[in-house]
Design a protein around this ligand. Structure first.
Ligand code: NAD
Length: 448
């Protein structure tokens, strides 16, 4: 089967590499010539574990190629995936579908007879219907089908998630395209992966409902962390105690500085817009979105409190810029928002991230960047951990103490041991955690 994938971002490249590894012939298309140029030379423009080797191997086997020519790629494809971005529009929270519809216009004249157009981008309910309407208008002569196949991969583990997904969701309106999609995914589903086959609109909603549920879980545990701090309980134990209940599950119960990334914020806003336009009030999702916004300001205040009430004139070392470990993606990263809030409050920021530096260099020239974690904290008045990269949990805390001007550590990811930090002479502040005196927990009770 010949596949064309339009959009060479996180989703397009991972899908392309994985389908090629599954044995299909894949052409990946992007409208950025520089991106295609470096991909052809085997260099990928993003950081994603295992991806570069996978793409190179499939190029060597001639199962994977890259082009800017959408017409050539589409004209020989049985299946065309749309995997372009659907960011939030600047005003309001609606998804910007201009890239999707641009692709539809560009491909229409070149589709093969019987082609299946698969929407992998996250798109509001009804977008598949609209794509079908536009294609029928542009190609009244052609036979084709439009299918929804949302993607659930996580950046940082994208290849693994694509090859071993929890489930695959297919939303199709006819049996032939359902069968074709099942054949396409057969090499992956062989490993007992469940497939949910449903109608197109339901499939589109599943993606948004999944993200909205995860966002609600994160905001819930963050609010519980606030309560833990006020009543003297440990959020780590609370999360474990509830997460071991199979009805709840442990994933997404790590208290922290709030969710971010290229999907959760925009997808929740887009879902709320969809719900509003269909006259439905999603109170839980609205509360989760509002709680997450407030959280980032709350985290900046936590840093100020740890610094004695204000960060004005203080040098703050920030470890972590990416919205999560394993990626260089800083889109909507809570780290970036919190840095801006601290700067607005008068702090000087010096930052380090194992992967997010290139992107922050391009986007935020006013943040000083250090070459490694220890250089970052040299002479700083406080250390703030904002992304849970594993290497930060291995910091030599005695060295940290020696390098900091003031021994203040604000661990907004709870990756350090409070006991070890206080044994090294650091004033440690975590999220929803007791303050440690070394052997025993002591509690800083806001109510006392
Ligand atoms: P991205 O911004 O990384 O990549 C999009 C790519 O599409 C870019 O390379 C861009 O140059 C290209 N593009 C835009 N218009 C084009 C056109 N007309 N022709 C050819 N190429 C074009 O986006 P992404 O993170 O891969 O996300 C893609 C979609 O998948 C979004 O809808 C997103 O919500 C969804 N999604 C993303 C993730 C994730 O973790 N990144 C996970 C699941 C779903």
């Amino acid at each position: 089967m010949n596949i064309a994938i339009i959009g060479c971002g996180y989703v397009g490249l991972v899908s392309g590499g994985c389908f090629a590894s599954a044995g299909w012939t894949v052409t990946c298309v992007d409208n950025e010539p520089a991106k295609i140029g470096s991909l052809r030379q085997g260099r990928i423009p993003i950081y994603e574990p295992r991806l570069e080797e996978m793409l190179r191997e499939n190029m060597r086997l001639e199962r994977l190629s890259f082009t800017t020519e959408i017409d050539a790629a589409v004209s020989s494809a049985d299946v065309v995936f749309i995997a372009v971005g659907t960011p939030a529009l600047p005003a309001g929270g609606q998804a910007d579908l201009s890239h999707v519809f641009q692709v539809v216009g560009q491909m229409a004249g070149h589709l093969c007879e019987g082609a299946v157009i698969v929407v992998k981008s996250t798109v509001p309910v009804g977008t598949g219907d609209e794509i079908e309407r536009q294609l029928r208008r542009l190609r009244p002569d052609a036979r084709f089908a439009v299918v929804s196949n949302p993607e659930f991969l996580r950046e940082g583990a994208a290849v693994e998630d694509f090859m071993r997904p929890d489930r695959i969701v297919i939303g199709a309106e006819d049996n032939a395209s359902k069968r074709l999609m099942l054949r396409l995914y057969h090499p992956i589903t062989l490993d007992r992966v469940p497939v949910v086959v449903t109608r197109r609109r339901t499939s589109e909603l599943i993606k948004y409902a999944a993200n909205a549920f995860l966002v609600s879980k994160i905001t819930f545990i963050n609010e519980m962390a606030d309560l833990c701090e006020n009543i003297g309980a440990d959020i780590g134990d609370v999360a474990l105690g509830i997460g071991l209940d199979h009805r709840i599950g442990c994933a997404f119960l790590q208290a922290g500085p709030g969710y971010g990334g290229s999907c959760f914020p925009k997808d929740t806003m887009a879902l709320l817009e969809t719900a509003r336009s269909f006259g439905t009030h999603l109170r839980v999702v609205e509360a989760a979105v509002a709680g997450n916004e407030a959280r980032k300001r709350g985290m900046a205040l936590k840093v100020a409190e740890a610094c004695g009430g204000s960060v004005r004139g203080r040098r703050i070392a920030v470890l972590g810029l990416a919205f999560k470990p394993g990626t260089d993606d800083i889109r909507e990263s809570p780290a970036i928002t919190i840095i801006r809030l601290l700067q607005g409050d008068g702090a000087e920021i010096v930052a380090y991230d194992p992967e997010g530096m290139t992107r922050i260099r391009a986007r935020a020239g006013h943040v000083l960047l250090a070459n490694d974690a220890y250089a970052c904290m040299q002479g700083a008045d406080a250390l703030v951990i904002l992304t849970d990269w594993p290497e930060f949990s291995e910091l030599d805390l005695n060295r940290v103490k020696a390098l900091l001007r003031e021994p203040v550590v604000v661990d907004l990811r709870n990756i350090l041991s409070p006991e070890k930090a206080s044994a090294a002479g650091l004033a440690y502040v975590g999220v929803g955690r007791p303050v440690s005196d070394g052997d025993n927990h002591i509690w800083s009770l806001a109510a006392e």
